[in-house]
Design a protein around this ligand. Structure first.
Ligand code: ATP
Ligand code: MG
Length: 537
């Protein structure tokens, strides 16, 4: 019952033992009773605490057991030097292909002979005798699963099992099956090895640019391409720029900017200077990766030394240039002689001869165009294509060229559909005329069996846009960019059917670019093609 404790000024439950002893008189009657009280609160409390502690331990044991039994990792407790199985959770049973009944109470290596003798015993022994836990990774252990022996990789932890008196009675083992991960990693290592071998064989430098941190990670070939043996260099975008020759830097910067902001792809060539002062050409290809906010965060790619290729290209250009120059004079004289003859035969009224000479003249003109194109291309490559700027009425140029090309075809009609007579352009009239000629001849050339080409012109804000539309074989969308490359011809268009060198559009692209305009197309196979070019007003 509660008693008042003056020290704490509160009531407290206390326990008492009461003893009542009767005291008898001579007549053996009870004359009085002696009560004695003992305060046993402490004893009672102690007993209660002990009971609670026992219950708590029991609960913990149960929880631990249930945790062991449900754990997704294999757990086993092995007792004594023979490692008698005291506990084996279901995961362990599954992993080792045994039932609980097969394992419980038996020495582990007796029931699982396939796993004996591969070194597990030594590790268990060392834990049992030294008390030091053991951690093992990716150990290969043969196990039986559905009657078949398999090699499984395990990560292990062996902990000593301590008794109350501190002695070690057994080992607790926890194991996870990491076979999948190990195989996965092996495959990864293998493919990495393969990629590295392929890269080495290809002589490509590989780089990985962390854009926010501005750090370039790369392989050793990358450094070699820049003329270094030492790989301890602070590669970042500025350091890279320092290697590019000043003349090519702006172009390189623009290529990177275009990749970040528009295309996501880098494809650029530049000249670099090696530490020994020699010049080299590099070709850089990369893909940009963006975060959720569409900010570029990473660019990954390859780099190649193309000095030799560039050198060969230069030789080729020089050769083409020399040959075209050599051809120019004889072809010009041929044309002159042809014209003299033509006049003569027209005068002598020999229509057959005059007609043949006319055809000859046409062929000489074609030859002239080819020579001119070849010369232009070599000039573009050497940055030697000259422009003469003047103000002219675009519409007049357009009519002139249309008339000229119209004369070369009896199959097609070239129709000027929309036009704007007021458009004046400041630029190289002859070069822009060359673009029109190229696009119109292509339109006729690549629409066999059709009879119409439509030219139109319109203003768009501060530019003019001219379009040339045909109804011919068309160009597949994935080739739209390539047609502007030099010597490129669409394979599907079967080049054997129509002659050409694949230079026309390359020259057009260069001229329009130099006139601060743009050139593009809209086309699909069989649906004809429309080429557009714009020029600033
Ligand atoms: P060149 O113009 O040097 O005589 P080419 O006509 O083959 O030769 P480009 O004018 O540069 O070269 O054109 C490149 C390629 O693009 C052509 O070979 C052709 O396959 C394709 N092409 C160009 N224009 C058209 C078009 N209007 N329709 C379909 N394909 C076209
Ligand atoms: Mg062409």
């Amino acid at each position: 019952y509660d008693t008042f404790n003056p020290l704490t000024s509160s009531y407290e439950i206390r326990y008492w033992t009461i003893k009542a002893a009767p005291i008898l008189n001579d007549a053996e009657d009870i004359s009085y009773i002696v009560f004695s009280l003992t305060d046993v609160t402490e004893v009672i409390n102690l007993a209660e605490n002990e009971r609670l502690a026992y219950e708590a331990v029991e609960l913990q044991r149960k929880q631990l057991y249930s945790l062991f039994m449900q754990a997704p990792v294999a757990i086993g407790i092995f007792i004594g030097p023979n490692y008698i199985v005291e506990l084996a959770n279901p995961t362990l049973c599954t992993l080792f292909g045994r039932t609980e009944d097969e394992l419980y109470g038996k020495p582990i290596f007796e029931v699982m002979p396939e796993s004996a003798g591969v070194g597990i015993e030594d590790h268990l022994d060392s834990v049992l005798y030294t008390g030091r836990p053991y951690v093992g990774t990716e150990q290969q252990i043969p196990v039986m699963r559905r009657g078949k022996q398999k090699i499984v990789y395990f990560n292990f932890v062996y902990e000593p099992l301590h008794e109350v008196d501190g002695s070690i009675s057994g080992v607790i083992a926890v194991a996870t099956d990491v076979t999948e991960q190990v195989h996965y990693r092996h495959r990864l290592e293998e493919s990495e090895h393969r990629v590295n071998m392929a890269l080495e064989a290809s002589n490509l430098g590989v780089w990985d640019l962390d854009i926010p941190k501005d750090v370039i990670t790369r392989n050793s070939r990358y450094d070699e391409i820049f003329g270094y043996k030492d790989s301890n260099l602070p590669w970042n975008s500025e350091f890279l720029m320092e290697h590019i020759v000043p003349m090519d830097r702006e172009r390189a910067r623009m290529a990177v900017k275009k990749a970040y902001l528009r295309t996501g792809k880098l494809n650029a060539q530049a000249r670099i200077k090696w530490p020994d002062g020699s010049l080299h050409w590099i070709h850089c290809i990369g893909t940009v990766y963006y975060n959720e906010k569409r900010e570029p965060v990473r660019m990954l790619g390859t780099i190649q030394d193309i000095t030799e290729r560039k050198e060969k290209e230069r030789h080729k250009d020089e050769f083409i240039s020399a040959v075209s120059h050599e051809l120019k004079t004889p072809v010009t004289s041929l044309k002159a002689f042809c014209q003299v003859l033509q006049r003569k035969f027209v005068e002598s009224e020999s229509p057959v001869a005059a007609e043949m000479l006319g055809k000859m003249n046409t062929q000489i003109n074609r030859l002239n165009i080819v020579i001119q194109d070849l010369l232009d291309v070599t000039r573009i490559e050497g940055d030697r294509l000259q422009y003469r700027h003047d103000t002219f009425v675009f519409n007049e140029l357009m009519s002139e060229i249309v008339e000229e090309v119209q004369r070369t075809t009896d199959t097609h009609t070239i129709l000027i559909q929309n036009t704007d007579p007021g458009i004046e352009i400041y630029g190289d009239r002859e070069r822009i005329g060359q673009v029109l000629t190229n696009l119109l001849t292509n339109a006729v050339k690549y629409s066999p069996g059709k009879d119409l080409v439509i030219v139109s012109l319109k203003r768009e804000k501060d530019t003019m846009v001219c379009s040339i539309k045909d109804f011919g074989i068309g160009i597949p969308p994935e080739k739209h960019n390539s047609v502007f490359e030099r010597f490129y011809r669409v394979k599907e268009n079967d080049p054997s059917l129509v002659s050409g060198l694949g230079l026309g559009l390359y020259i057009c692209h260069e001229i329009i670019k130099r006139q601060n305009g743009m050139i593009w197309l809209d086309s699909s196979v069989g649906k004809g093609a429309t080429f557009f070019f714009s020029l600033p007003l």
